[in-house]
Design a protein around this ligand. Structure first.
Ligand code: CP
Length: 300
């Protein structure tokens, strides 16, 4: 079976294929590809968008969902291992969608499962389905994925969405700008990857006066749940707040993205700007996830 654990499981051509399928589903969202199929939805961590857009995607494809949105209601609380949980659910369902706090848990689950596993986020590691909807949103708003100026802002250390997005966009000749507090810099392994592939990146400490040539500003939340020291979180939690007046001199076609949920890193006054795209971005998650399910299940 083919699982989706990391965005690196896809080549450039495969990613573009998924985006084309997502576009097809956006134009024609009611499908029957999953008729008679059951999807196990295992969320060991909280979620609004990923879980509900997956469930919407499964419903749109004609399938059904079983699972839990809170591991406290599962036998995990009685001490059942992840291995046994996956062994069981893969005997009930035709596909598993899983979010789990441990890095590497999605890979491990895919090795234990009898059916494909889609990673819906494993700790600070990867969030590949988010990346596919991000790519879809970028291509839809910019008309291309090639040669873009991408600003990644906020928690670049723990933010799994920016790690996956960096790897995916690297296929499309980007220029990256990393804006973060010192403590939350992009991890060294990702910078080394860019250097090895000759992809330019610049690091900044401040958000003001540097965004005018951005094509995409990708804001992120400081990931409170990943800090072992609460005082360190308190020091950096309000590092950046994007406000509407800061967008005045940015490109007409620039769009602000955010995986959501936001806390206070995008001021609500940005919501009324035509450059705010984050809610439409989240809506695109339904089509991107429909496409990923169709591809993983071998229907497209
Ligand atoms: N973007 C994202 O993963 O949101 P949720 O945590 O609400 O699923």
């Amino acid at each position: 079976n083919r699982s989706l654990v990391s965005i690196n499981d896809f080549s450039r051509e495969e990613m573009l294929h998924v985006l084309d399928v997502a576009e097809e589903f956006e134009h024609n969202p009611n499908q029957r590809l999953l008729e008679g199929k059951v999807v196990g939805s295992l969320f060991f961590e909280p979620s609004t968008r990923t879980r509900l857009s997956f469930e919407t995607a499964i419903n749109r494809l004609g399938g059904r969902v079983v699972g839990f949105s809170d591991s406290a209601s599962s036998s995990t609380t009685k001490g059942e291992s992840l291995k046994d949980t996956i062994q069981m659910v893969s005997r009930y369902a035709d596909l598993i969608v899983m979010r789990h706090p441990l890095e590497g848990s999605a890979r491990y689950a895919s090795e234990q499962s009898l059916v494909p596993v889609i990673n819906a986020g494993d700790g600070a590691n990867q969030h590949p389905t988010q990346t596919m909807l991000d790519l879809y949103s970028i291509r839809k708003t910019q008309g291309t994925l090639d040669n873009l100026n991408i600003f990644l802002v906020g928690d670049l250390k723990y933010g799994r969405t920016v790690h996956s997005l960096l790897m995916a966009m690297s296929h499309f000749n980007p220029t990256f700008h990393f804006v973060s507090p010192e403590e939350l810099r992009m991890p060294r392994e990702y910078k080394l990857f860019l250097e090895e592939h000759g992809i330019p990146y610049y690091e900044h400490g401040e958000l003001t006066d540097i965004i005018d040539d951005a094509d995409i500003i990708y804001m992120t939340r400081v990931q409170k749940e990943r800090f072992s020291d609460p005082m360190e979180y308190e020091r950096v939690k309000n590092a950046y707040v994007l406000k509407k007046d800061m967008l005045e001199n940015t490109k007409e076609n620039m769009r602000v993205l955010h995986p959501l949920p936001r806390v206070n890193e995008i001021h609500p006054d940005v919501d009324s700007s035509p450059k705010a795209y984050y809610f439409d971005q989240a809506r695109n998650g339904v089509f991107a996830r429909m496409a990923l399910i169709a591809v993983v299940m071998g229907y497209r």
